[in-house]
Design a protein around this ligand. Structure first.
Ligand SMILES: [Zn+2]
Length: 73
């Protein structure tokens, strides 16, 4: 189980040169970077920071992008 907070986790990704795409819930349309990632059929890693799934980071190690999802609603 991951004991880091979402903020700590995302900071580590920032330091590794990942680009933050923000909260998926706030998007009107998919960011270009993510469209590309989906098109290339990459395996994106999902990290849930709490049990409710209300604070989840999804990242792609190949595209070096990440975004947050609130899947509790
Ligand atoms: Zn990707």
């Amino acid at each position: 189980m991951n004991t880091q907070t979402a903020t700590q986790f995302n900071e580590i990704l920032d330091k590794k040169g990942y680009k933050c795409l923000g909260w998926a819930n706030g998007w009107n349309s998919l960011p270009l970077e993510l469209k590309k990632c989906i098109h290339l059929e990459h395996n994106r890693t999902r990290v849930e920071h709490n049990r409710r799934g209300s604070d989840t980071t999804i990242y792609c190690g190949e595209c070096k992008i990440y975004y947050s999802v609130d899947s509790s609603d």
